[in-house]
Design a protein around this ligand. Structure first.
Ligand code: FS2
Ligand code: SF4
Length: 539
């Protein structure tokens, strides 16, 4: 195996024996093969579109789910990955019959091996099969961005929203990573175009979420527990949460959010469920202790899964692109209701969650809520009460070096405001950093995809202050990344023209020195150093 797609990759170079995330070599290899056949089917769909032929939504959805399945910490289940490969090959064979011009097809679009051949084939199609390190770096940068884009599309699709242009681009770009005739310059251009569609994909999901559930609003979320048994729902899929809340209504079972599901509390729609109890725990990487003390069943709707301890493995369920061997997977076709009755019946027999903390956290500062506060925000900037906004969005992770972000938040001068999104917030959302004229010093927009809100807020401020360039705003960027959704957020920000983003705790291992240099030269991307020096440099 060779995998270097996430920030925790072994030795900051690549996981080769087993994943730091817990991914076994045979699963890592099979994910490579799933990406390969997904590139193959994308080559065929792209050719079909060029011939003026329609590609169905089902195929678009399949491609997105395949990529999502290979995101860090989403799916560890060999059998489910093998099944997706088989289904993709079968679908691709049918699409090939519709193709008029079958010349010049790459191996990925032709290969249709049987299951018994998957393991051998998988070893030949991984990251290292691209020999030139700069081409490899750009191909992977694009592929990881597309994985993030696919995840956001998938969530929008679950709410019955599709954007055919996003799907067509995603597949065209995926197919382009097979094309040996593309130069470094071509791939750099494609990287930026991926960022453009990253903005579109996040806009699609924002529209899907807000049209279904309303615009997030300022909300206090309880972080304690009640006396009833509970179900803990984690990951990012709001449609799964809606189905779970509908089915638990009146059963005496409470529903708690975990990690990236916390922002669900900010949407008006979910407030009508009186069994929607609060948020339990922290970011994904603390789940081993927190899932044990939760006592009830856990539903993982997406990443990030930590390989479960035996003490709660039989209480952990997966759905959608997520999967873990030995954990029950519950699913239904798009638009149909998933049956969570087994989880609810299990919950009824479990103890109520053990209290691990008390209090509340405040969030809900997505674009519409911040626009509603625009007058006081603009006033605070004009009077000098707010000197700087610090965008600290992204991911949390287990590396000790990430304590930097807690210390950085604490060390920021009192006239700065943190704008956050994603699970990165857990490093500072319980610090009680106070407020500036009633504006909290930590404004949480929501999940990682709600970084889109942060971009809209920046563009709005640019308009209000009548500036020509978003980089003239008193906003600095100190972003922490972990997995591939952060890659599409980064590419989206670059596409929007944002410069001088600090990225940590380490720069991606998949950036070759030359590709890193392109990002440094053109966009001023930089790493982090230490809190004291970075505060001096940024503030
Ligand atoms: Fe956090 Fe994991 Fe949100 Fe990432 S819970 S690192 O999936 O996309 O962020
Ligand atoms: Fe390693 Fe990250 Fe890949 Fe897991 S996802 S195998 S930790 S690089």
């Amino acid at each position: 195996m060779f995998c270097y797609q996430c920030q925790e990759t072994a030795g900051c170079t690549g996981c080769t024996m087993s994943g730091v995330c817990g991914k076994k070599p045979e699963v890592a290899n099979l994910q490579d093969l799933l990406v390969y056949v997904t590139k193959g089917i994308s080559f065929v769909t792209t050719k079909l579109r060029a011939e003026g032929k329609e590609v169905s939504e089902d195929i678009n959805h399949m491609i997105s789910v395949n990529l999502f399945t290979t995101i860090t910490n989403a799916n560890f289940d060999y059998d489910s990955i093998a099944q997706k490969i088989e289904e993709t090959i079968n679908a691709k064979e049918q699409l090939l019959e519709k193709l008029t011009d079958e010349s010049n097809l790459p191996d990925a679009a032709i290969w249709n091996g049987a299951k018994a051949q998957y393991d051998e084939k998988a070893k030949t199609v991984g990251v290292l099969s691209t020999k030139d390190e700069d081409i490899r770096s750009l191909r992977e940068l694009i592929t990881y961005g597309l994985k993030g884009l696919a995840a956001y599309s998938k969530h929008a699709n679950a709410l019955l929203k599709d954007n055919k242009d996003v799907d067509a681009f995603l597949q065209k770009a995926l197919a382009a990573t097979l094309d040996d005739s593309l130069s470094v310059d071509d791939l750099v251009a494609l990287t930026l175009e991926t960022g453009k569609y990253g903005v579109e994909g996040m806009a699609l999901l924002d529209e899907a979420n807000t049209s279904a559930y309303g615009n997030p609003e300022i909300t206090k979320v309880d972080i304690g527990v009640r006396n009833n048994p509970g179900i803990l729902i984690s990951g990012h899929d709001l449609k799964d949460l809606e189905m779970l809340l509908e089915q638990t209504k009146g059963t005496g079972v409470d529903v708690y959010t975990h990690s990236e599901m916390l922002p669900a509390h900010y949407y008006p729609f979910f407030k009508k469920y009186d069994n929607f109890a609060g948020n339990y725990g922290n970011a994904w990487w603390k789940q081993k202790e927190e899932f044990a003390s939760f006592n009830g069943p856990i539903l993982m709707t997406t990443n990030c899964i930590v390989p479960p301890a035996d003490s709660y493995k039989d209480r952990m369920f997966t759905t959608g692109a997520a999967g873990y061997p030995g954990c029950k997977h519950i699913d239904a076709p798009y638009g149909e209701t998933k049956d969570f009755s087994e989880i609810i019946e299990m919950a009824k027999k479990c103890d109520a969650p053990t209290e691990i903390e008390r209090g509340e956290i405040v969030g809900g500062f997505a674009h519409e809520q911040v626009f509603a506060l625009a007058d006081s925000v603009v006033d605070a900037v004009k009077t000098g009460a707010i000197k700087k906004f610090v965008i600290m969005a992204g991911c949390d992770g287990r590396a000790k070096s990430r304590e930097y972000y807690t210390e950085f938040a604490k060390a920021l001068p009192k006239d700065t405001v943190i704008l956050t999104a994603g699970c990165a917030k857990y490093k500072y959302n319980k610090l009680n950093l106070g407020d500036i004229n009633g504006i909290p010093r930590v404004l949480d927009a929501g999940q990682c995809n709600d970084s889109y809100s942060l971009a809209l807020i920046a563009l709005k401020l640019k308009e209000v202050f009548e500036l020509d360039d978003v980089n003239e705003l008193p906003i600095v960027y100190n972003i922490s990344w972990y997995e591939q959704k952060a890659v599409i957020v980064l590419l989206a920000l670059l596409y929007l023209g944002v410069k001088n983003i600090h990225l940590g705790p380490t720069l991606p291992a998949f950036l070759s020195p030359n590709v890193a240099n392109v990002l440094v030269q053109n966009f001023g991307i930089a790493g982090i150093t230490n809190v004291e020096d970075d505060i001096k440099a940024l503030i």
